[in-house]
Design a protein around this ligand. Structure first.
Ligand SMILES: [Zn+2]
Length: 122
């Protein structure tokens, strides 16, 4: 039973049982070891996972604890909206098109130099 301040300001607690903060996260190897304990496993014999994992219900940060020491924090990445991603892609497409079109016009126009000053054979 503990409390922990999340970076978003929410106080996380596992004092209520059950709660939505504390997660039971096992590695595949840990889970395999549990399954190999036998055909009839007493739930009280199931060991705790190696790391304590808590999730903030507000910001969804994930905290990994080794004992009582927080060893890793994961937070959600902000993702650009679909509109912002389309605008960014369109800008880079038209910039690339403008650059390649200018080079193409120089070649078609009979010039054999591009903006870099180097000579090119046609
Ligand atoms: Zn939080």
């Amino acid at each position: 039973m503990a409390r922990f301040p999340c970076k978003c300001g929410r106080t996380l607690s596992n004092t209520a049982c059950p709660n939505d903060v504390q997660l039971k996260v096992y590695t595949d190897r840990e889970w395999d070891d549990i399954l190999n304990m036998g055909n009839s496993i007493d739930p009280m014999d199931i060991p705790d996972p190696k790391y304590g994992v808590w999730r903030c219900p507000v910001c969804e940060r994930i905290y990994f604890f080794d004992g009582t020491r927080c060893v890793k924090i994961y937070s959600l990445e902000k993702q650009a909206s679909l509109f912002q991603r389309i605008v960014t892609k369109a800008k880079s497409f038209f910039q690339a098109l403008a650059t390649s079109t200018r080079g193409l016009f120089l070649l078609i126009g009979g010039k054999n130099t591009l903006n870099d000053g180097k000579m090119y054979k046609l």
